[in-house]
Ligand binder design. Structure first.
Ligand code: ADP
Ligand code: ASP
Ligand code: MG
Length: 463
């Protein structure tokens, strides 16, 4: 059996958890395996904040304090997770070296007054680069042969779209050539930094927030693994985010398609592109709870046996905005192609589109962080006939389930439940596959809309 295991930030939040993870990996001694790890919980957010702070208000005392805090956090983790003193010293040295480098980069941002997307990715990469050597040493200290590798070293080569880099097509053969011998011949367990890759010129790139899931599935597809296990802090994929609906129920099985729709529409449980590599070769993905490892979790695979649920799960994206293009009396196809060319040039991630062609109205939902770029790319289209407007503070709710296809009246039921609860719908979209109905509401009503629909479709009840 060959397995790729990925541990998210909460799974490695402190030294005790890292040691627990190492012992969990050791249990599968007879398996061929690769481990992918995320930064310790909160570290990526802290790095983003530090980079922005150094850019806006450079202060060397701020940088010193920030580095001291990171040092403390990682030193404490090493002291608990790595028992052997020699190994411990080696990791202390490694962490010191990395933090020295980070300190210089942060000070450099302040001196230069410049924070490019490339330097931002470089700074973000430190979260994963700091933790991988600790987990690897923890494994070694309990007798599991291991070595730490960066995404780049493991063969995750990407384009230069910093912040949301895409793996190059040859990524699979490169990863295979680097990792296969280690796993098969050396019987080692590499610990690979999730989330980060390397562009052809050697620059460090990142795969987008939550990108460690994608690292794991890329590695699994490259190594032709039997399964991918994504270890998280929840029992598996639930009917919705338990932070919104505490009664959300575990979904034991879900298809690739359904899970993809959910993650694309904001379910934080999975990176939106994570399933692409494994769908092609039909490698099942298991979502499991690091802190409740005996539980079965959720399996994501080709066909789900439980397709009978009409609405299987709900997701919410809270940080979105809309650009509306309106007008009348011009060539609809022409303006559509112009709009998407402009958005693609700006690398704007389009989440959802809704359109009517009688009198042109095209609504494009984008990530809140992309709205200014999207708006300035489309604003020049404005003339006497066409108007371009933006709408902020919007949330998108999606209802997902393969059983919705061919079941009449689902959309009606959704909208009448929302209507009864006085939730106003700004825009609607349904995918052709009919696996999903998505709609936009005002940001402040997003969570309530999820609660209303969870009740309407009785998702909290065991099926
Ligand atoms: P990781 O540890 O791998 O980084 P994440 O924190 O990214 O894990 O994902 C787990 C979180 O996803 C949970 O804390 C939960 O609040 C959130 N979540 C959102 N939607 C769902 C869902 N449908 N099922 C389970 N968890 C969900
Ligand atoms: N550490 C990164 C993030 O917080 C990647 C990940 O956790 O998957 O987004
Ligand atoms: Mg995640």
């Amino acid at each position: 059996m060959r397995v790729v295991m990925k541990f998210g930030g909460t799974s490695v939040k402190d030294g005790e958890s890292i040691l627990h993870v190492a012992n969990l990996v050791k249990k599968f001694e007879e398996y061929e395996k690769a481990v992918v790890v995320s930064a310790m919980a909160g570290v990526t957010d802290a790095l983003i904040e530090a980079a922005e702070e150094c850019y806006k208000e450079p202060s060397s005392s701020y940088v010193k304090l920030f580095i001291a805090e990171l040092t403390k956090k990682h030193y404490e983790a090493i002291s608990t997770a790595v028992k052997n003193p020699d190994l411990q010293n080696r990791v202390f040295e490694k962490v010191d070296k990395l933090l020295d480098e980070l300190e210089k980069v942060l000070l450099g941002i302040g001196y230069l007054g410049e924070l490019t997307k490339r330097s931002r990715d470089f700074i973000l990469s430190f979260g994963e680069r700091l933790v991988a050597p600790i987990l690897s040493a923890s494994l070694l200290s309990i007798g599991v042969d291991s070595l730490a590798m960066t995404g780049g070293e493991a063969g995750i080569l990407t384009d230069r779209n910093f912040g949301r880099a895409k793996p190059v097509p040859e990524v699979y053969s490169i990863i295979k050539s680097r990792l296969d011998p280690l796993i098969k011949i050396k019987k080692s367990t590499p610990v690979i930094t999730g989330f980060i890759g390397r562009a052809e010129d050697g620059s460090i790139t990142t795969l987008g927030r939550g990108g460690s899931d994608l690292t794991a599935t890329l590695v699994a597809a490259a190594l032709d693994a039997d399964e991918v296990w994504l270890w998280k802090e929840v029992d598996g994929v639930l009917t919705t985010d338990p932070k919104i609906v505490p009664e959300a129920r575990l979904i034991p099985e879900i298809s690739y398609q359904e899970a993809m729709e959910l993650s694309h529409f904001g379910a934080k449980i999975l990176h939106p592109r994570a399933l692409e590599p494994v769908m092609r070769c039909e490698i099942p993905v298991r979502i499991k709870n690091t802190f409740n490892p005996e539980a079965d979790g959720t399996v994501i695979k080709k066909e789900s046996d439980s397709t009978k649920d009409i609405v299987k799960a709900l997701s919410l994206i809270e940080k979105v905005a809309i650009v509306n293009i309106g007008g009348a009396g011009f060539d609809f196809a022409e303006i559509m192609s112009d709009v998407f060319r402009r958005l693609s040039r700006e690398r704007v991630n389009v989440i959802m589109v809704s359109q009517s062609s009688s009198e042109l109205n095209l609504s494009i939902v984008v990530d809140e962080s992309d709205i200014e770029r999207a708006y300035s790319a489309l604003k020049p289209l404005e003339n006497g006939i066409v108007s371009v407007k933006k709408l902020s503070d919007v949330a998108v709710v999606s209802a997902v389930g393969a059983g919705m296809a061919g079941t009449p009246g689902v959309a009606g039921r959704i909208f009448s439940a929302l209507g009864k609860n006085r939730i106003n719908i700004v825009m609607i979209s349904q995918s052709c596959s009919e696996y999903n109905v998505s709609f936009a509401v005002s940001k402040k009503e997003g969570k309530e809309a999820v609660r209303v629909l969870h009740k309407e479709f009785e998702l909290e009840k065991a099926k």
